[in-house]
Design a protein around this ligand. Sequence first.
Ligand SMILES: CC(C)(COP(=O)(O)OP(=O)(O)OC[C@H]1O[C@@H](n2cnc3c(N)ncnc32)[C@H](O)[C@@H]1OP(=O)(O)O)[C@@H](O)C(=O)NCCC(=O)NCCS
Length: 203
Amino acid sequence: MTSSRLFVLEDMFQFNHIVMDPLVEVYTLPFLIPRILEHPELVLAADAPDNRLIAFILGTREDATESYGAGKPVSWSHGHVSALAVAHDYRKQGLATRLLTTVRDMMDREKDFYVDLFVREKNTNAIGLYESLGYVKYSWMPQFYADDHGYEMRLPLSRDVGRKSLNGIRINKIYSFGNKLFYLLMFYIFGIISIVIGGKLIV
Ligand SMILES: CC(C)(COP(=O)(O)OP(=O)(O)OC[C@H]1O[C@@H](n2cnc3c(N)ncnc32)[C@H](O)[C@@H]1OP(=O)(O)O)[C@@H](O)C(=O)NCCC(=O)NCCS
């Protein structure tokens, strides 16, 4: 039986086996420490029965002012999941679901409007996990990562009765589609150019 608890700074000395995964964002200490200290209640760890650290989630809170169409700008705080990782031998047992649900419930109680996070486009397991919990792809972010495109995914919380936090989604979908088309077109043009140049070199 695994157990969850608050993450403590000492955990950073024993979480390398979890974060050294190409799909986990590895942050520097100057990034991590202020965030952990600002909202320690949103940073959780899970231990195996032998007390080995096997999972963690780094939740944060941000203030934002956004405006939609002609409407007045709305100020709200929203939760953000900065990092989530589960040790290989404890995956597919519902651990990430449990951590995400606990953090989401805390953000809901604190009246955050929504939770968001960023995920690599190729990380289909994580995207499946988030979608199973109600997150939706809010925007596609070309080259967000050095080696991949990304998505911002959002989950409206109960304070966001009108699901305003998803309002920009249609615009984002058109933008994403345009961007993907652009990449496809570039790929196609450069492919033709390299075939032509390659052909000339052979001749
Ligand atoms: C993504 C990750 C956090 C999932 O953790 P987990 O504890 O295995 O997830 P859960 O057991 O709660 O999975 C819940 C759901 O997510 C989806 N899912 C998770 N892992 C999956 C996999 N390997 N293949 C397919 N679906 C998967 C499924 O819908 C699953 O529901 P199911 O078990 O009923 O099929 C874990 O694989 C991990 O640490 N990956 C590397 C780091 C990472 O990608 N972090 C997220 C960065 S944004």
